[in-house]
Write a protein that binds this ligand. Sequence first.
Ligand code: SF4
Length: 371
Amino acid sequence: MPCARIYEKLCKTMKIKVPDYYKDFTCKCGECRHSCCMGWRVTVSQDEYFRLLGMDCTPDVRHRIDCALLILKNPSPDRFAEIKHNYLGRCPLQRDDGLCTLQRDCGEEALPAVCRLYPRNIIYCTMGEGACANSCEKTVELLVAKKDSLNVEETDSPYAVIVDVPEEERDLQRKTFKLLCDRKLTLEERLVELGKALGIEPGDKESYSEEEIFKFLLDLVSDIEKYSPTFEEYSIIAEEEINILSTNIDMKYVKERYEKAKKTFAVHYPDYEVRFENIMNNHLFYERFPYSDKKESLLSKYATVCGIFILLKFITVAYTENKPTDEDFVDCVAGLFRCFEHSDCGRVINGRLARLGRLTYPFIAEAVSKL
Ligand code: SF4
């Protein structure tokens, strides 16, 4: 989750653009199966740390706050202390019924800003927009319930800080959003077209074997498993489901099992294309694609988007082979996006492609098409 200090700098209320499900978002609180109050490293700023320490509250809340906050080893004004989870992996401020003691007893204003705003990404609205993170179970539920494409609406935000972005990036954002909603093409075709729309050097048309593509995919899964426990929680079950956990696995067998799982997936979730479209489009909107404050080439950003799509599809298809409910689907997607949206998984995706000498449009496009 993001650090908190930036949320505190309230600006004057202004209009921002948000996807149309945004107005329907309400936190599930105690009903949430994978609450963001569990198992996630949340940091608070120095100002918020001292505010909470000096706050007037009941002895119960005071005890919980004292148990909850731990000053980081190398604190900075922005990332000063973190929530120390209890032996159940839960925030000590969370009550047995799942509700937050701080919010219940002291009101919403008492919450650290990161808890007050998550999953909304409505500060630094680079191009005047915001969205909810796919890492939140309720966001994915709202996206799964949507049968038409995402539309954009306006809402007031007191947090928005508009960053000056060249008009061409705004234009690419509009094009990306429109292209991903174009149901005349399959979602895979739309992602292939996206590379062209971004103006990425097409390179020489080459053909890659399915064996090479599946080997790349499994190596990428294993790279990400090494650093992301939330990703691994779902990827290991996915690999177990389709029986590909052993090390010397034949890629023809992986392909066969994956194709079989895809057929089952289409039966369990006949609207899966629409689901993936809205999930990916929301992700790109949330990330303000193609804007980035890091110095990255468009090819690198494109590789990250396609890598995330391939991983999302492969793991969700395999994970749900024997789990046909919407809850299973939502849990898997929200769990994976805790890695995709809150860690530097783009670096791992680009690193794997670069090591293979395959950080090229033809290879990425073929991987998207073949998987
Ligand atoms: S993950 Fe979303 S729905 Fe669940 S507790 Fe957090 S904000 Fe609420």
